[in-house]
Design a protein around this ligand. Structure first.
Ligand SMILES: Cc1cc2nc3c(=O)[nH]c(=O)nc-3n(C[C@H](O)[C@H](O)[C@H](O)COP(=O)(O)O)c2cc1C
Length: 345
């Protein structure tokens, strides 16, 4: 079944019963249960490979396969080379010391790693999920070709026309167009660049003129009305993350779930304060207190990790990263199948 779907997927994604892609959400929300539920509902679910060990990712792919016979996607981080500015990083470390003292914890050691890139590539080569998507950068042409030869559909997330050109040039078979309203990390290739602010419909129209590749588009979509608009603007399918955060099958933490419904949060904004890469979160005290522009990723992610763990234990939502897209006010609790159905035009 998966194979038939994927052969058509490669051309236009039109074989999906519902043109809804469950966006990968690292850090817990994208459980095998959520991924399988989105696929079983007629969409396509994505496991998030980011932060996991290769073994853990392999286990999650197997677990997902036991829950669905349909197509499964896997997402990997393409971490850029270590170009952190040591002075900037040290200044931010000193600034964060007050947060560490508040929680009575030590800051994590700021360090670079490649998120076990080679190990995870080996996992996807062996497990052959139907689709593999990449974020934060574009793999070399040889890697995309290699996956293609294994029958794996490749997708690269892009946030502007230049990134789309690179991804298409390197041989990506699908582009995931991420608009500025997206929850979580922006996929921007250059971690030092300010993420684009062109509305998703404009971005989609620009990229549509550059390539015939199938486009998956997302960022801020949490209503059927918006999903319909984006599909009408040329997307083969829409990509939704935040809309699934309250799904029964999602691994979203209780603190994150309650914050998403808490009227004290009135907006989202983009911050580098938690990880060093721009990411959209419910706006809270930590973001306001640390309007940093330091772009050391994943150094800052590692440095704030004990702070975030301590904040989670205390349920301190003012000190946690609360990833959310601009459509968060319209999201609903319930089964992933119901959420996917409600978004489908
Ligand atoms: C909690 C959370 C975690 C995310 N983690 C990832 C990830 O691991 N990989 C990735 O490519 N995108 C990640 N994203 C971005 C989504 O894939 C997608 O671009 C975004 O959710 C779309 O916007 P929306 O949240 O408004 O629907 C994450 C988003 C959220 C909300």
């Amino acid at each position: 079944m998966g194979t038939t779907v994927v052969l058509v997927l490669a051309s236009d994604l039109s074989s999906l019963r519902r043109p809804i892609i469950g966006a990968p959400m690292a850090g817990g929300p994208s459980t095998p249960e959520l991924v399988a539920a989105v696929t079983n509902a007629g969409g396509l679910g994505f496991l998030a490979g980011g932060y996991k060990s290769p073994d853990h990712l392999a286990q999650q792919i197997s677990a997902t396969r036991t829950l669905t016979g349909g197509p499964v996607g896997v997402n990997l981080f393409v971490v850029s080379a270590d170009d952190a500015d040591g002075k900037e990083l040290e200044a931010y470390r000193q600034e964060l010391q007050v947060e560490a003292d508040r929680h009575g914890v030590e800051l994590g050691r700021p360090r670079w790693d490649d998120d076990a890139w080679e190990g995870k590539l080996d996992v996807v080569r062996a497990a052959k999920p139907e689709m593999v998507s990449f974020t934060f950068g574009c793999p070399a042409a040889a890697i995309l070709r290699d996956l293609d030869e294994l029958g794996i559909l490749t997708a690269v997330t892009v946030t502007d026309a230049a990134e789309a050109r690179t991804a298409a040039g390197n041989g990506a078979q699908v582009l995931v167009v991420q608009g500025p309203g997206a929850g979580g990390h922006r996929a921007t290739f250059d971690p030092a660049a300010e993420p684009g602010t062109h509305p998703l419909t404009e971005l989609l129209a620009t990229i549509r003129t550059m390539t015939d590749l199938p486009l998956i588009a997302g960022g801020g979509i949490s209503t059927r009305h918006l999903a319909t608009e984006i599909l009408g603007a040329g997307a083969a399918a829409v990509h939704v993350g935040t809309a699934l955060l309250l799904a029964d099958e999602a691994g979203t933490t209780p603190a994150h779930r309650s914050a998403l419904r808490d009227p004290q949060f009135t907006e989202t904004s983009v911050t580098r304060a938690f990880t060093g890469r721009p990411a959209r979160s419910l706006r809270n005290r930590f973001m306001d207190d640390h309007p940093t522009t330091a772009h050391a990723y994943p150094h800052i992610h590692h440095m704030t990790s004990p702070l975030r763990a301590a904040a989670a234990v205390r349920n301190d939502v003012q000190a946690l990263h609360l990833w959310a897209g601009t459509g968060y006010r319209h999201i609903r609790q319930g089964s992933a199948a119901d959420i996917v159905a409600a978004l489908t035009p």
